[in-house]
Design a protein around this ligand. Sequence first.
Ligand code: 5GP
Ligand code: ZN
Length: 108
Amino acid sequence: MDGDCIFCQIIRGEKPADFLYRGESVVVFKDIHPHAPVHLLVVPRRHIRSLNDLTEGDRDIISEMILVAKKMAREQSVSDSGYKLLFNVERGGGQVIPHVHLHLIGGW
Ligand code: 5GP
Ligand code: ZN
């Protein structure tokens, strides 16, 4: 169920997270198990299960996620050194949390 999703709980403030950005449609918080010095999750407020569930109507949210990621990279001082943006899709693609999110990884 959507309401049981961990990221929906974090977005509703029912579960703590280290937020770096709270926008109208997208939020950013630190990954609880970072794989690099900077490891952030860019997450739409609306519950979308995976990239497979995107529709034509989701163009704006996906664009916003990438633009917010770029802004966060600048704020975290990894723009020039470089970073990865990663979507894991479904279990075989390594997606554990069934709520679309973009990993921003860098700072090595
Ligand atoms: P996925 O494998 O689904 O693409 O990535 C999920 C990410 O969410 C993982 O990197 C994992 O460490 C992170 N994560 C899982 N549970 C929590 C949580 O409760 N809080 C935060 N901040 N990150 C979480
Ligand atoms: Zn959710």
